[in-house]
Write a protein that binds this ligand. Structure first.
Ligand code: HEC
Length: 118
């Protein structure tokens, strides 16, 4: 009888350990937010490079996404800020066929929130 009790205890401990491990893993998978809230995100320091590499391939004159918005410098971004925010940060439909990292999304959000400095 006590053999079964021991088995039961051993199984119970394993289950608890497993539960503890998977909980820890879930916590580790949370997106990291590396942007320090005090850090200023600027257009030339970050946004320009991001849009150039991740959006301009389609959003340039003559390309597939040009009718919606053409990437052509700072004012082409600020003039379309609401559309870009909606597509990238809210509905996340852009970049088409891909996605931005949590860090990039956070930096972009910070840039919009802090007044789109150049
Ligand atoms: C693989 C091509 C591709 C990439 C990469 C891409 N887009 Fe698009 N985008 C499109 C197409 C195609 C449309 C739809 C154009 C249309 O309806 O005429 C579109 C539409 C949009 C719209 C308009 C959405 C609306 O509802 O009005 C915005 C804003 C936009 N894209 C922003 C971006 C931004 C910002 C990036 C980079 C983070 C990006 N896109 C990356 C192809 C792309």
């Amino acid at each position: 009888m006590s053999k079964y009790v021991n088995h039961f205890i051993a199984i119970a401990i394993s289950v608890l350990l497993l539960a503890a491990c998977s909980k820890k893993q879930a916590e580790e998978l949370k997106p990291v937010v590396p942007v320090n809230p005090g850090t200023q995100v600027t257009y030339t320091g970050f946004v320009q490079g991001l849009l150039q590499s991740r959006c301009a391939g389609c959003h340039a004159p003559g390309r597939g996404g040009a009718s919606a918005w053409s990437f052509n410098g700072y004012s082409s971004v600020t003039a379309n800020a609401d559309k870009i925010k909606q597509a990238v940060l809210v509905s996340k439909t852009m970049p088409l066929g891909g996605s931005l990292s949590a860090a990039d999304l956070q930096s972009l959000q910070t840039w919009f929130d802090s007044g789109m400095s150049q």
